[in-house]
Design a protein around this ligand. Structure first.
Ligand SMILES: NC(=O)c1ccc[n+]([C@@H]2O[C@H](COP(=O)([O-])OP(=O)(O)OC[C@H]3O[C@@H](n4cnc5c(N)ncnc54)[C@H](O)[C@@H]3O)[C@@H](O)[C@H]2O)c1
Length: 298
């Protein structure tokens, strides 16, 4: 196969989008020893990303997961960039921009032009069709889903998503990359929500319906799920951590693409997102985030 690589040929990985997920992915890849080109459209996002990655690697040193010199080397491997031209140097590019289908398709069309023909293009999308991104890129055999969980440095699972046109070679390279980054890989097909969000998002949505129906307070719903089902965190606190805009976007994709009314987003979720209550990232969601989260009014 022309331009075929093995995992040992990968030196440089592009990460597009330096938000919550992109910066975590950059941290994990740089810690594993890859050179990372971290691209975002805003200077503020890049500055915040570098600051947060530094906090992340310092935390890893404190926990004994990383030596001090390794933390320094990882930081030196991350190159924040405002433009995409240098992605030509990358053997793999992972996209982590907002969960908006039109925006992602436009980006994949651009990546198809900018990147070398051999570059594998991956998306961290939670729910958008990988086939549609492959089509937009003009190289569908080299497009794959690499879906990290949040927070990336902590969560072990990564879903590797195979679309109908993704080649076996691309899936294998993605699996090797995920494993070398120290994560557990699970392969799944390109269905909306893949495995984790297909199961998780309807549960969160149902918890929001329960809150809307007045079944119980946010605190009580979360406590019930923590103590009653051994979840490490309640569904509403988890929604705040994921970002309520992201939860809504995934719910919309499940609803629309699977065409089943059981995935209908709860109106209360929509209302919060319209109000700019996006969870932890806006300081306001099902809880208020100051020094200590307290249950919000509904
Ligand atoms: N938040 C989660 O828990 C979670 C978990 C798994 C997967 N995801 C997926 O990861 C992706 C990113 O989510 P997030 O929570 O990090 O979003 P975010 O809003 O925190 O970050 C997105 C970043 O992309 C940047 N951006 C927008 N357009 C861009 C462009 N054209 N080029 C470069 N940068 C651009 C923005 O400036 C922002 O910094 C989404 O597809 C989401 O579904 C999110």
């Amino acid at each position: 196969m022309a331009g075929a690589m093995t995992i040992d040929d990968i030196r440089t990985i592009g990460v597009v989008g330096a938000g919550q997920m992109g910066r975590g992915i950059a941290q994990v890849l740089a810690t594993a020893g890859w050179n990372v080109l971290l691209v975002d459209v805003t200077e503020e996002a890049l500055e915040a990303a570098i600051r947060k990655i530094w906090e992340g690697v310092k935390k890893a040193v404190e926990k004994g997961a990383l030596r001090g010199d390794q933390a320094g080397s990882a930081m030196a491997l991350i190159h924040p960039l405002r433009h995409m031209e240098r992605l030509r140097e990358a053997q793999v590019v992972i996209e982590a921009i907002p969960e908006e289908p039109g925006m992602k398709r436009a980006l994949f069309a651009q990546l198809g032009q900018v990147c070398a023909p051999s570059t594998v293009l991956a998306s961290n999308t939670s729910s958008i069709s990988i086939a549609s991104l492959g089509m937009a890129s003009g190289r569908p055999d080299r497009v794959v889903g690499i879906h990290f969980m949040n927070p990336v440095p902590v969560m072990r699972l990564v879903e590797v998503v195979r679309a109908v046109e993704t080649s076996e070679y691309t899936v294998q390279l993605a699996l090797d990359l995920v494993r070398r980054a120290g994560k557990t890989a699970v392969v799944c097909k390109d269905f909306p929500g893949f495995i984790v969000n297909r199961v998780l998002i309807p549960m969160i949505n149902e918890a929001i319906f329960a809150l809307e129906d007045g079944v119980a307070s946010a605190d009580a719903i979360d406590l019930a799920m923590v103590e009653g089902t051994n979840h490490p965190m309640g569904p509403l606190a988890l929604a705040d951590r994921i970002g309520l805009d992201t939860v809504l976007a995934i719910c919309e994709v499940l609803h629309q693409d699977l065409g089943d009314p059981k995935f209908r987003p709860c109106p209360l979720l929509r209302k919060y997102v319209e109000a700019g209550w996006l969870g932890r990232k806006s300081g306001h969601g099902f809880y208020l985030y100051g020094d200590r989260p307290v249950a919000n009014v509904t």
